[in-house]
Design a protein around this ligand. Structure first.
Ligand code: ADP
Ligand code: MG
Length: 339
């Protein structure tokens, strides 16, 4: 017979980290979401070696009080909700209080933070869930977190990491989506000492797209603006000649958050059906606003799949709107048959 053990907190955090933190890009996502929740206007993200050995996120947000700094790293500790009723009205991206506990249990973390109310900042260093040091430091308002040596203490998981370029590509993808969902925040992304992206943070979608994807991309876009009692749809679609070999540029945002939806992809592709050859895909950035009671978001930490209430008839409407817009631009060929 085996004796039953109660696991210690550090072991529990390592197990939980398996769910929240799959790869370096999951860390980048969690940390940027924390900066957004802290009302940052500017977020700088620096990574090296696909994020495996170095991720640094700096923001100018609210910061963390000195007295709270160690709490921030405890599992299920969060400033975003305090009781179960709050779950029904959370507006923040995080609320589970798991990210910092998980990340710091599988890497070496240094965090520096200062609030507007305090004279000096605070620095903590935590390796594998164990506090190494805590001291007062000079710091501007905001938070900087540096994550080094991911999975250094879980070698099996470290082996599952992919090449530096594959992990970097995942990180770039996450940053693009977060920047496109938050056009009023300036994102500055530095990869292996090279400046990759700096978004304007001026709330304008087109100049944000320009700063990420460049001139040719931006010039091929047609605006979409639609609203009814049930939902509104704004954003851009590409002229059919500007298409891509994969669906990575079919981006959907619902109520401000990036979502995956095979049905929305199908709705768009239906509109372009006769205009783009097989295995090529349009570029779209669609921002949908709808009463939250009409959507069902799978709330698993890493899932972004979404479902819409069928009564909205949103999917066929998307096809119609896109088709009409392409038609207005004379991009739908007008085939006349000879008698
Ligand atoms: P959650 O985001 O679910 O609350 P986290 O583990 O990601 O949990 O963060 C724990 C807490 O640490 C947050 O609730 C917040 O109070 C604080 N925090 C984390 N990152 C930042 C940041 N960049 N700026 C200000 N506060 C932060
Ligand atoms: Mg969080």
């Amino acid at each position: 017979m085996k004796k039953i053990n109660v696991l210690d907190d550090n072991t529990i955090n390592k197990i939980a980290a398996g769910e929240v933190i799959e790869r370096p890009s999951s860390i980048v996502k969690e940390l940027i979401e924390n900066s957004i929740d802290a009302n940052a206007r500017n977020i700088t993200i620096e990574i090296k070696d696909g994020g495996k050995n170095y991720i640094r996120i700096t923001d100018d947000g609210d910061g963390i009080y000195k007295d709270d700094i160690q709490l921030a790293f405890l599992r299920h500790s969060t400033s975003k909700i305090s009781k179960s009723e709050d779950l029904l009205k959370v507006h923040s991206l995080g609320f589970r209080g798991e990210a910092l506990a998980s990340i710091s249990s599988i890497s070496m973390v240094e965090l520096i933070s200062k609030t507007i109310d305090e004279e000096t900042g605070i620095m903590v260093e935590i390796h594998g869930g164990i506090l190494q040091q805590e001291s007062e430091v000079g710091s501007p308002k905001g938070t900087t977190i540096i994550v080094r040596n991911i999975f250094y203490n879980t070698p099996v998981r470290k082996k599952f990491l992919r090449s530096d370029s594959a992990e970097s590509a995942n990180i770039t993808n996450i940053i693009n989506k977060l920047a496109l969902s938050n056009t009023d925040i300036s994102f500055n992304y530095i990869k292996d000492n090279k400046n990759m992206i700096k978004t304007p943070g001026n709330g304008d979608l087109k100049s944000t797209i320009f700063s990420i994807y460049g001139k040719e991309h931006t010039e091929s876009l047609i605006s979409i603006n639609y609203s009814s009692d049930l939902f509104s749809i704004n954003g851009y679609i590409s002229k059919p000649l500007f298409n891509r070999g994969n669906r990575n540029y079919e981006l959907f945002f619902v109520n401000g958050r990036y979502v995956n939806s095979k049905l929305l992809s199908k709705a768009i592709e239906e509109a372009y059906k006769t205009l783009i050859t097989i295995n090529r895909y349009p570029v779209v950035y669609l921002y949908i606003k709808v009463d939250p009671k009409n959507i069902d978001v799978n709330v698993h930490p890493s899932k972004v799949e979404i479902r819409f209430n069928d009564d909205l008839k949103l999917i066929p409407k998307v096809t119609d709107i896109v088709k009409n817009r392409l038609f207005e631009f004379n991009l739908v060929p007008n085939i006349t048959l000879e008698n």
